[in-house]
Design a protein around this ligand. Structure first.
Ligand code: SF4
Length: 207
């Protein structure tokens, strides 16, 4: 049924297969009130321009005090001294029979080591090592850039913390197995079953 998967698709399926059915099989979008997402958009844009060495003077003066505080922290992190490979970068790679991919906030390089940066104005995933975003981005960069030196860095901009996951041969094997298992489940899911993880934005059409 599907040829490609994003981290959000897999996360949604894991949360509730019925929600996945509405969103990705029937293509029904529901409005969500995501203030954190809106707040993060300016920071993401600013970081992207900055890493591409574009002039951000005017953007910086239009930041709110809260955004300015976060931006000053982000601008000072060590990773921003590395070489910029790409920002806001759409990347996908074929792993097994499917393509997996998404949009990376930034891909940087220090010597022969690649670093995927992900800025979080909300929370870092609780189990970052096995988050679908971590797994997919690490494997996609490894494959696309033909490298075994790739690390994922979540930056918690609010609490000024990092979560760092380096791809190892053991993790690569485990990630491929996990992606294989969930795509297998998606292909064979009975979407009528209610997993009862309610409520979500689809509840008005769900019951
Ligand atoms: S309302 Fe509940 S069962 Fe229905 S899609 Fe949302 S989480 Fe799933």
């Amino acid at each position: 049924m599907f040829q490609s998967f994003s981290p959000n698709m897999l996360k949604t399926f894991e949360l509730c297969p019925k929600k996945f059915y509405f969103r990705y099989v029937k293509n029904i979008s529901m409005p969500v009130n995501d203030e954190i997402f809106e707040f993060g958009k300016n920071i993401h844009a600013l970081a992207s321009y900055y890493l591409r060495k574009e002039n951000i003077d005017r953007m910086e003066t239009s930041l709110t005090p809260k955004e300015k505080d976060i931006w000053e922290y982000l601008k000072g992190i060590n990773y921003f001294k590395y070489e910029t490979v790409a920002t806001e970068y759409n990347l996908s790679a074929k792993l097994g029979q499917y393509f997996f991919g998404g949009r990376l906030d930034a891909l940087l390089k220090d010597g022969n080591k690649y670093y995927i940066l992900d800025y979080k104005t909300g929370a870092i995933p609780k189990n970052a090592k096995y988050d679908f975003q971590t797994m997919i981005y690490l494997l996609a960069v490894q494959k696309f850039f033909n490298t075994d030196n790739v690390t994922f860095v979540y930056l918690d901009l609010k609490n000024r913390k990092e979560s760092v996951i380096e791809l190892t041969p053991a993790l690569e094997k485990e990630y491929k197995e996990r992606l294989g298992q969930i795509t297998e489940k998606i292909e064979h899911e009975d979407y009528i079953k209610n997993k009862n993880v309610c409520p979500c934005e689809y509840k008005i059409i769900c019951y």
